[in-house]
Design a protein around this ligand. Structure first.
Ligand code: ZN
Length: 689
């Protein structure tokens, strides 16, 4: 067990086994049935009720817990109109109908379908179909002399994070952007639609934020500091992450009358969706009217934080979080993950009552306003930034959870650790561990012609982009982070709609809640091990070899543009990291062969280990996005959720800016040099244990 002397490992295993016996599927179900019983979006009265209920649960279990309140900009819609003016008029419904089997689909106080941080506006113009609305699609349009300037673009969901679509549309001069869910992505083309099956019905709509999160996340009006009552705020005009054109999400039923009235060239094969019509690009003949307005107010949000104090290293923190706000009822997103984290909290509380005391301080957080732009976690991280930079050892995150196999994204210094924990926890319904099941399964739903499932011989983690609440911890503060969840055994077409309900979840996802139980077990084990390991379980050789792979990709990309990129400075640091990392492994092995280790010496060692991720950040951040400090991981400027590794360099190469690329090589090598220093320090300190 990484970081533990043998005797302590035996004791740790006993506590872990005890903890893993605690999470119960029935509790997960009951907690979901309360938390997802009504719409509870951030800023709503019900959102506050849910936060207070979480607090009361924590207290009932004997945990020290409190609520931290912030007040970010949370616009709710006041006007939403889409219509085809001519040739054949059509008024879009913009309403998801009640489904008889699922009473929650008709709940009062549903937040209507909209895109948060869209601009207010009123425009009428010809429509143009832009496929996914990513930069490549506009290149195709330019080649075919189709200009979207002054036009309303209609893009389909998929491929990129949704906020990229209106951003790129506005950059090309479009005056509004409609985003619709094509049935090819998550509707009837993929499976039966709700309530017969899990896929998106014809009037189903995907809500979601279109804040320009790759620039900075959190409250648009307080970048880098906390949105507390009375805090200084930017004006809306100064906030660079607000969308500049009106944006609305629509269903395929509302998109069809627009698409079938477009003329102009027929869209290429790869642009066609699954609607029964010929996909034309336009512009014309469809003339469309879009009108939006919002209440543009700040609203209170509530993060719920529980703390278990560390007995030996109280100033080293292990954090785990999941958001509790949803767009509507959110049984899947986020309650399926939130209830698993509650079971983790309950397990730790029970263990504490039985005499277990973690060596490090543990903080469990249920975040608010994730859906609007990772706001609750970001504001909290910004508020406590100085203390977190000193004390945070690791941040673990979860979000929606479903039936299937464990998937982990993480800082690669945590890859070995994640693999070890995944080998310690059993896969539901079998004899394999989570790691084995994840490596060897064949997906029953898999279409043999699909190749999205790669096979590896050892458990691997992916690099983290910007899909959930780890962003402020990893990218802004440089805290080693991990995101874990189950999925892959079924399809889903209810994302961010009124049909993300208890009925849907209990019929089409983790129906017996055993995958929620497994998530609670995995997170509990990881938190305990991180909190108890005398030596923090970071490992550096996998990081070095993975980053080498990223460098190779970037070099090849430059080659394609006939540019020879000189990355010697980076490679030198990665070679050094690999050899120092190996030496550290050997020295650590020798050190933990002793029965016990001196806590005073461990403080210095663990400090060096914590600093290893911090070393990868720069106060200046990435080129043109100062908030993103991490030089190895960031969401892509034009992909959104999707990660761009070594982002400063990679995006310089993307844009063929070779001067900037050369500068970025020096910067990245400098960060790796600083990381190397922390690993050398750790090596020396381990030798002296
Ligand atoms: Zn979520």
């Amino acid at each position: 067990m990484r970081g533990f002397p043998a005797r302590e490992a035996t004791q740790e295993k006993r506590w872990e086994e005890q903890a893993r016996a605690i999470p119960e599927p029935d509790r997960l179900r009951k907690d979901m049935e309360f938390m997802a019983a009504q719409p509870h979006q951030a800023g709503s009265a019900r959102g506050k009720v849910v936060a207070e209920w979480i607090l009361s649960q924590f207290k009932e279990w004997g945990l020290d817990a409190h609520i931290e309140e912030f007040e970010p900009l949370l616009p709710y819609p006041t006007i939403r109109e889409v219509s085809v003016v001519s040739p054949k008029p059509y008024q879009a419904k913009l309403k998801e109908p009640v489904v008889a089997q699922d009473p929650n689909s008709g709940d009062a106080d549903q937040l209507p379908s909209y895109n948060a941080y869209s601009a207010s506006g009123d425009v009428t113009a010809d429509a143009v179909y832009v496929n996914y609305g990513v930069p490549d699609d506009y290149e195709y349009l330019a080649k075919h002399n189709i200009d979207v300037k002054g036009k309303i673009v209609i893009a389909r969901y998929g491929k990129s994070w949704r906020g990229i679509k209106p951003k790129v549309a506005a950059e090309h001069g479009a005056v509004a952007c409609l985003i619709y869910s094509d049935p090819k992505e998550d509707g009837f083309y993929e499976g039966d639609v709700f309530p017969k099956g899990p896929m998106r019905p014809e009037q189903g709509v995907q809500r979601g934020s279109v804040m320009d999160m790759p620039f900075y996340s959190g409250d648009p009006l307080t970048p880098g500091w906390a949105a507390e009552k009375g805090a200084k705020r930017l004006s809306r005009a100064e906030a660079k992450v607000l969308m500049t054109i009106p944006v609305l999400p629509i269903s395929y039923a509302d998109a069809k009358p627009i698409l079938e009235q477009l003329n102009g060239p027929v869209a290429p094969t790869s642009w066609r969706g699954a609607l029964p019509l010929t996909y034309h690009i336009g512009p014309g003949a469809a003339k469309v009217h879009v009108k939006t307005d919002f209440d543009w107010t700040t609203k209170p949000i509530y993060d719920v934080i529980a703390t278990i104090p560390g007995s030996t290293f109280p100033d080293e923190w292990v954090l785990a979080g999941n958001h509790h706000d949803a767009w509507v009822n959110g049984a899947d997103d986020p309650i399926s993950g939130a209830v698993a984290l509650l079971e983790t909290a309950r397990s730790l509380a029970k263990l504490q009552a039985a005499g277990w005391h973690p060596e490090r301080t543990i903080k469990i957080a249920l975040w608010d306003a994730e859906e609007f732009g990772l706001i609750g976690s970001t504001e909290w991280a910004e508020k406590h930034q100085d203390e977190l930079k000193q004390k945070a050892a690791a941040y673990l995150n979860s979000d929606s959870n479903g039936a299937g196999w464990l998937h982990v994204g993480a800082s690669h210094t945590l890859e070995e650790f994640a693999s070890e924990v995944a080998h310690a926890v059993p896969q539901p319904g079998g004899t394999q561990s989570l790691a084995e099941a994840s490596l060897h399964h064949t997906n029953p739903d898999d279409d043999p012609e699909r190749h999205d499932h790669e096979h590896h011989d050892h458990f691997q983690v992916d690099a983290l982009g910007a899909g959930s609440d780890y962003v402020a911890f990893l990218d802004f503060l440089g805290v080693a982070s991990m995101n874990e969840g189950f999925g892959g055994a079924g399809r889903s077409g209810i994302y961010h709609s009124v049909y993300d309900s208890i009925y849907w979840y209990e019929h089409f996802s983790d129906t017996t809640f055993v995958h929620g139980q497994a998530l609670a077990r995995f997170t509990t084990t990881a938190v305990m091990r991180l909190a108890d390991a005398p030596v923090l379980p970071l490992e550096f050789t996998r990081f070095a070899s993975t980053v080498k792979g990223y460098v190779d990709e970037i070099v090849q990309q430059a080659q394609k543009a006939n540019h020879k990129l000189d990355v010697t400075a980076i490679q030198k640091q990665l070679d050094l990291l690999e050899s120092t990392g190996k030496a550290y492994e050997a020295t650590l092995k020798a050190a933990v062969a002793k029965d016990s280790l001196d806590p005073k010496k461990l403080v210095a060692l663990n400090h060096s280990l914590m600093e290893s991720e911090r070393a990868l950040t720069r106060p200046e951040g990435l080129p043109n996005r100062w908030w993103y400090k991490h030089q190895i991981y960031a969401p892509g400027f034009y992909t959104g959720y999707g990660v761009k590794t070594i982002p400063g360099l990679r995006e310089a190469v993307d844009s063929k800016n070779w001067d900037l690329a050369a500068k970025e090589i020096t910067i990245v090598a400098g960060c790796l040099d600083a990381m190397n220093q922390t690993v050398r320090d750790a090596l020396t300190e381990t030798g002296g244990l």
